[in-house]
Design a protein around this ligand. Structure first.
Ligand code: DAH
Length: 357
């Protein structure tokens, strides 16, 4: 009589080898090792044997079980690999095919300018930060060296908020400058960030909106000088306005949070509105070296760290670049206007070289 175990093994291996797919393989597994499987049935007979027979037969059945388990696993691996191959062949995607271009809608000019600022300053090593629109009075004013009753507060037409449940006076931020404070408190120098974001003042006419956008910039390190400020901002203005030799003028001014402070003008022609040409100057942004009091308010030693800051109106630079006459158009959601001044969502932001030299 041939050994039933080796017979079962030979037959079982044939069935396993012939299993054409994972379902057939699973059926084979159940028929062999399942509750009422052939090998399980053999194991059940062990109970009725004397201890000598049980020992040798038991070892043989267990060896059979593990050898078949292994055979099942190997076959499973082969079948899975070929199933994957079939699927990959069926689901082939030609990534080199051109996309189906269906540019719906457009990027709002304000969003577009923010994308451009992010790309241009990003190329100069600046990160982007944001912060709360509802700001603590201290970050918006006090920490920026604007004490209570300072005229700069009145100049900013502030929306003060009722301090519901808070013990700190709150405002709608009147500028993005409070992010100078938040950044210096959160991270150690070297710092290089821009902060594009919404700002609020109680003001409304063709050139003022109660909600508008600014972009702040802050650079803090050891040995930062006015020369860095000038180089950085001239490069930025030339790149943003896409005029490689755009002339810029640095004019002394006053901000409580910078010393010295300046306003930066670019050349333009008052009659034609052309930027770059002409003999007139157009104010674009405020800037200066961060005031020692501001550094100290943020726990930085002004003898060790210096830096510069700048701030500009996003609507303003957008209007100038694209010849938009009325600020209110930005917020009217007129689809014709948006189609004209918006940018295709598929158009990448390109970096223009600032300095031709
Ligand atoms: N925060 C100023 C404003 O809203 C703009 C400004 C001026 C920001 C000079 C600066 C700066 O960082 O250095 O009028």
């Amino acid at each position: 009589m041939s050994n039933p175990i080796s017979l079962i093994e030979t037959e079982a291996r044939a069935v396993i080898g012939a299993a054409a797919d994972l379902a057939a393989l699973d059926a084979a597994r159940v028929a062999l090792l399942g509750k009422s499987g052939e090998v399980t049935a053999l194991l059940k007979t062990l109970g009725g044997m004397d201890s000598e027979a049980r020992k040798s037969f038991g070892a043989a059945v267990n060896a059979l079980k593990s050898s078949l388990t292994e055979a099942l696993e190997q076959r499973r691996a082969v079948l899975e690999a070929s199933a994957l191959e079939t699927r990959l062949a069926a689901e082939f995607v030609d990534v080199s095919l051109p996309g189906r271009v269906e540019a719906r809608g457009s990027i709002h000019p304000i969003s577009r300018t923010i994308e451009e600022l992010t790309a241009l300053f990003g190329a100069m090593g600046f990160g982007v930060k944001d912060g709360p629109d509802i700001e603590e009075d201290w970050y918006n004013f006090g920490a920026l060296n604007i004490p209570a009753h300072h005229p700069a507060r009145a100049m900013m037409d502030t929306f003060y908020l009722k301090a519901a449940g808070r013990n700190k006076p709150m405002v709608l931020r009147t500028h993005t400058s409070p992010l100078q404070i938040r950044t210096m408190l959160e991270q150690k120098p070297p710092i290089r960030v821009i902060v594009p974001g919404r700002t609020y003042r109680s003001d409304h006419d063709a050139t003022h909106s109660p909600m508008f956008h600014q972009c702040e910039g802050l650079v803090i390190d050891r040995d930062i000088t006015l020369a860095h400020l000038k180089g950085c901002l001239v490069d930025f203005l030339r790149a943003y306005f896409e005029i490689p030799d755009l002339k810029a003028r640095f004019r002394a001014s006053y901000f409580p949070f910078t010393e010295p402070s300046m306003e930066i003008d670019i050349a333009w022609d008052r009659k034609t509105g052309a930027i770059g040409g002409g003999n007139d100057w157009l104010e674009i942004l405020g800037a200066g070296m961060v005031h020692p009091n501001v550094l100290a308010n943020c726990g930085l030693d002004p003898r060790e760290f210096q830096g510069f800051a700048f701030g500009m109106g996003i609507e303003r630079i957008t209007m100038l670049k694209h010849g938009i006459a009325d600020l209110r158009n930005f917020y009217e959601s007129d689809l014709r206007w948006l189609a004209h001044y918006g940018t295709s969502p598929l158009a990448p932001v390109t970096l223009h070289e600032g300095d031709p030299a």
